[in-house]
Design a protein around this ligand. Structure first.
Ligand code: HEM
Length: 200
């Protein structure tokens, strides 16, 4: 179960790195975000890569939930707790998020681009749900990596202790979250959402 979780986690992390980089591109405007997504889709929006990615997401959820129930009474210390709770949130987020993207694409027949991601964040009162929903997802992604790093790496790096390296990963997560929210809300103002996306 642990090996399945590790391999699917590495595949998802590769995609998520590109995906979050794409969202950070929104600080230069919606057009920039869409242009970059069109390029990245050449890599992941094809039958082979997307099948591998969706299989990895499914394996991650199933193995993660199993590991959560196995470990939940055994964990002690901040990073062990961080690992299982961020993992549980990511399992919930993956189900909702990938489900929403597939429904958007196949049932609502929308292009699941910048406006699909930004719609909930820029519409009151939906944003009361979407701000913590997306914020916790990005923070959980970095939190999960920071927790794994803390338990696996034993050496100091660039003069940083292992604990400080993990703290550094958490700080990067906070910065990435702020940059993405800034971009997807047009600098913390509002993005005009096209009519087709208001269905969400
Ligand atoms: C502000 C945060 C986020 C927003 C607005 C967002 C938005 C989107 C959008 C619009 C798509 C569709 C992409 C496309 O059609 O090419 C997508 C797909 C996806 N996202 Fe996110 N995302 C966010 C964060 C995350 C995070 C943190 C993860 C993982 C930890 C994640 C994992 C995925 C996955 C696995 C897909 C499916 C890819 C596919 O099969 O096409 N997303 N997201």
């Amino acid at each position: 179960m642990k090996r399945v979780h590790l391999i699917s986690g590495l595949i998802i992390s590769l995609f998520t790195g590109l995906h979050l980089f794409n969202h950070m591109g929104s600080v230069f405007g919606a057009e920039n975000h869409i242009e970059l997504m069109d390029k990245l889709r050449l890599v992941y929006r094809n039958f082979i890569v997307e099948t591998i990615l969706l299989a990895a997401v499914l394996s991650q959820i199933v193995s993660g939930i199993n590991l959560f129930f196995f470990k939940k009474n055994l964990v002690k210390g901040f990073y062990e707790k961080l690992q299982i709770w961020t993992g549980l949130y990511l399992a919930f987020f993956f189900l909702m998020h990938v489900g929403a993207v597939l429904i958007g694409r196949y049932f609502l027949e929308l292009d699941t681009n910048f406006y699909f991601g930004a719609a909930g964040l820029n519409t009151f009162p939906l944003n009361l749900f979407f701000i913590p929903y997306y914020g916790l997802a990005i923070l959980s992604f970095f939190g999960h990596i920071a927790a794994i790093h803390f338990q696996k790496k034993k050496n100091a790096l660039f003069g940083l202790t292992v604990e400080n390296q993990s703290r550094f990963i958490l700080v990067i997560g906070i910065i990435v979250t702020i940059i993405i929210f800034y971009g997807l809300t047009n600098g913390f103002t509002t993005v005009e959402i096209p009519e087709a996306y208001k269905i969400i």
